[in-house]
Design a protein around this ligand. Structure first.
Ligand code: SPV
Ligand code: MG
Length: 669
């Protein structure tokens, strides 16, 4: 696309202002003339070629353009009869340079805000800027609209007309029709009329549509009074601010495209989502906040970078009051919909505007995202994320997973509540559920190789950190190998319980015979594990069974201090009572002496306590240890029974996910 700028005229009505240069070289704002502003706008829209008709002070004008050093290729075409003809003849002189492309046609004294040019350029048709909100001008151009198209342009039309400005996008096929008639006019010596007169004769074949720019700035400057009014408006436009928010960890050309669009609207302020906000809806970012912020701070055209500490824009919008918020239109649906709704409400409070651009579905970006996700799943990246999350959030939640599909449920399930997104932070690979899925009792019967296989299945399709139920850890001599394997796989934490001999599930309590390990033995196991591990992020958590085995609070606390002293990175305290009192008492007494070692709880029986209450009392990890298993298997039993009872599958259908859903449940990467 080329631009055609008409700059041959004398600009007589400007008085002394145009004594020494053409009108387009008149200053309109600090650092910009009418022309330099237009040219810079064209560059920002990716225009590379400008055909400029010249006349009055043509050499001054050419030199000026070249001195701007803009990335534009100019073709200057002098109209030697500039003082005797109208611009129709200037176009005629330039005709040979204007036959091979779509063009943007504008008068050299037109000042417009970038949204006007955007609306014109993005229009799929040939179009002219008109305004449905401005009154019809007495002496300036009006466009007569018929059947949705522009039938005539001129100063003399008032019926069915709209105020119009000489800014057009003309597709080659339309432009050539108009140009042909311009040539015909000029060659029959009809050179003192508007070029639009030639258009009016062929408007049935040259299909130009109105592009309504309403009350956006788009005005010609004919007089010093116009200059004053428009300069003031330009100053206002230049003061506008634009807000965008990013959570991205890398910037690709799609981001740049929308940033460039936003920059045209005003001075760009970027909100960078805090790590906490990012991990509330995605995963813990691989690139920490400070680095992500620096990405944008170093981007040309970004005026300021601020922190956005939640998914909600409200706080920043109320503080910054940007004129525009820019976003891709992808947030009209899905979990971002209420966030968008809130943005609209806050913008309405002070008259800001939301500008949305079509979301790019470019497969390259999808691939970049997939690669990035894959990176997040790599062992070295995944392993350390649990520690980071505990430090960042204070309390993290983990949900049981025992297969690829349950892993995906934990990975992807998200709930939007009160403008916030909630999801599980981590996955718990429970010995109970892993064994149950294999139809085996939870007595360390499923061997480690098989348990590692489960981890592998889950890891293959997820990215969230993994907490592994290591049962008793087995013999110390075996545990050290387990630690290294888990670490190598990218598991974040192993929890081992202080039992020995034939371990049974804790929820049996004292109904079955279970033996607690001695403090000395268990400390030695922890120490051996810590010594064996190769990375500093891997965590070994000591699980205390004293309350389960009714050994009393004192015993539980003595063990907790001994185990943390032996190097345990966290302490899990377990109970099978419905009443959380003993858990609360333990947490309080432990925290009186130890404020740093993370505390883990598994509230299967004391399940009325909320995460917030646990957090307030000093708990750091809440594990939902078996709920997917306990909900999934009854549903399957029910389906099996229903088929048996009815001797066919029809009655079961309503209980089932559709075949279509099941085959599309797992997207192909
Ligand atoms: C598991 O989920 O396997 C556990 C927790 O160890 S509990 O079943 O409560 O013992
Ligand atoms: Mg277990």
């Amino acid at each position: 696309m080329k631009a055609l700028i008409l700059n041959s005229g004398l600009g007589q009505r400007m008085g002394v202002i145009t004594n020494e240069h053409p009108k387009c070289m008149t200053e309109i704002s600090y650092k910009n003339t009418i022309l330099s502003r237009q040219l810079r706008q064209l560059v920002s829209f990716g225009v590379e070629e400008v055909v400029m008709t010249t006349g009055y002070y043509n050499k001054v004008l050419e030199e000026y353009c070249n001195a701007l050093h803009l990335p534009l290729k100019y073709t200057f075409v002098n109209n030697p009869l500039y003082d005797k003809t109208n611009y129709i003849y200037s176009i005629y002189c330039a005709k040979d340079a204007l036959k091979d492309d779509d063009i943007i046609l504008m008068h050299g004294d037109l000042v417009f805000e970038s949204r006007v040019m955007e609306a014109v350029i993005d229009n799929e048709n040939s179009c002219m800027a008109v305004s449905s909100t401005l009154p019809l001008p007495e002496k300036d151009f009006k466009a007569v609209i018929k059947d949705g198209r522009i039938e005539k342009v001129g100063i003399e039309f008032f019926d069915n007309a709209m105020a119009a400005q000489p800014l057009y996008k003309l597709k080659k096929e339309d432009w050539l029709v108009w140009l042909q008639n311009i040539v015909k006019f000029c060659e029959s010596d009809n050179r003192k009329v508007y070029a639009e007169n030639a258009f009016n004769e062929v408007s049935d074949k040259c299909k130009i549509y109105p592009c309504d720019v309403q009350d956006m700035l788009c005005a010609e400057i004919d007089t010093p009074e116009d200059l004053k009014v428009v300069s003031q408006k330009v100053a206002e436009v230049n003061e506008r601010t634009v807000y965008m928010c990013f959570s991205t960890e890398y910037i690709h050309s799609g981001h740049m495209a929308i940033i460039n669009k936003a920059r045209r609207l005003g001075r760009l302020i970027i909100g960078v989502l805090s790590d906490e906000a990012v991990s509330s809806f995605k995963r813990y970012p691989l690139i920490p906040f400070a680095e992500r912020k620096a990405l944008f701070e170093n981007l040309a055209g970004v005026e300021r970078v601020v922190t956005q500490d939640s998914l909600s824009y409200a706080k920043n919008l109320r503080a910054l009051k940007p004129d525009y918020v820019v976003h891709g239109n992808d947030w009209c649906e899905g979990f971002q919909k209420p966030i968008r709704q809130e943005v609209c409400e806050v913008l309405a409070e002070y008259g800001g505007k939301l500008v949305e651009y079509p979301y790019s579905n470019n497969p390259v970006y999808k691939e970049l995202d997939a690669n990035h996700r894959a990176e997040a799943a790599m062992p070295d990246v995944r392993r350390g994320r649990l520690r980071k999350l505990i430090n960042m959030k204070g309390l993290v939640t983990a949900m049981e997973a025992h297969s690829g599909i349950t892993g995906l449920i934990v990975e992807k399930t998200a709930v939007l509540q009160d403008g916030k997104t909630y999801q599980f932070d981590a996955m718990w690979i429970s010995s109970l559920c892993d064994s149950t899925a294999k139809g085996k009792p939870d007595i360390e019967l499923v061997d480690m190789t098989s348990r590692f296989r489960t981890i592998d299945d889950i890891m293959e399709v997820t990215t969230k950190p993994i907490i592994f139920d290591g049962d008793t850890g087995g013999l110390t001599e075996h545990f050290v190998y387990t630690v290294r394997t888990l670490e190598r796989m990218g598991v974040s934490m192993v929890i081992i319980e202080d039992k020995t001999g034939l371990k049974k599930n804790s929820l049996f309590g004292t109904e079955v015979k279970q033996t607690q390990d001695s403090i000395e033995n268990f400390c030695a196991k922890i120490q051996a594990g810590k010594k064996a591990q190769k990375t500093k992020e891997f965590m070994i958590c000591a699980r205390i069974e004293s309350l389960i085995l009714e050994q009393g609070m004192e015993d539980a606390l003595t063990r907790a201090f001994a185990f943390s002293g032996a190097g345990a990175d966290a302490i899990m305290i377990h109970s099978r009572k419905k009443d959380p009192a003993e858990i609360f008492e333990f947490v309080q007494k432990f925290r009186e002496k130890n404020t740093v070692t993370p505390i883990v709880v598994v509230p299967t029986s004391f399940n009325t306590v909320t995460e917030q209450e646990f957090k307030d009392r000093g708990v750091n990890v809440v594990i939902y240890a078996n709920q997917l298993t306990r909900t999934g298997f009854p549903a399957m039993q029910d389906a099996a029974r229903t088929i048996l009872e009815n001797h066919r599958a029809k009655e079961c259908d309503d209980k089932c996910m559709s075949i279509k859903e099941i085959i599309t449940l797992i997207p192909e990467e």
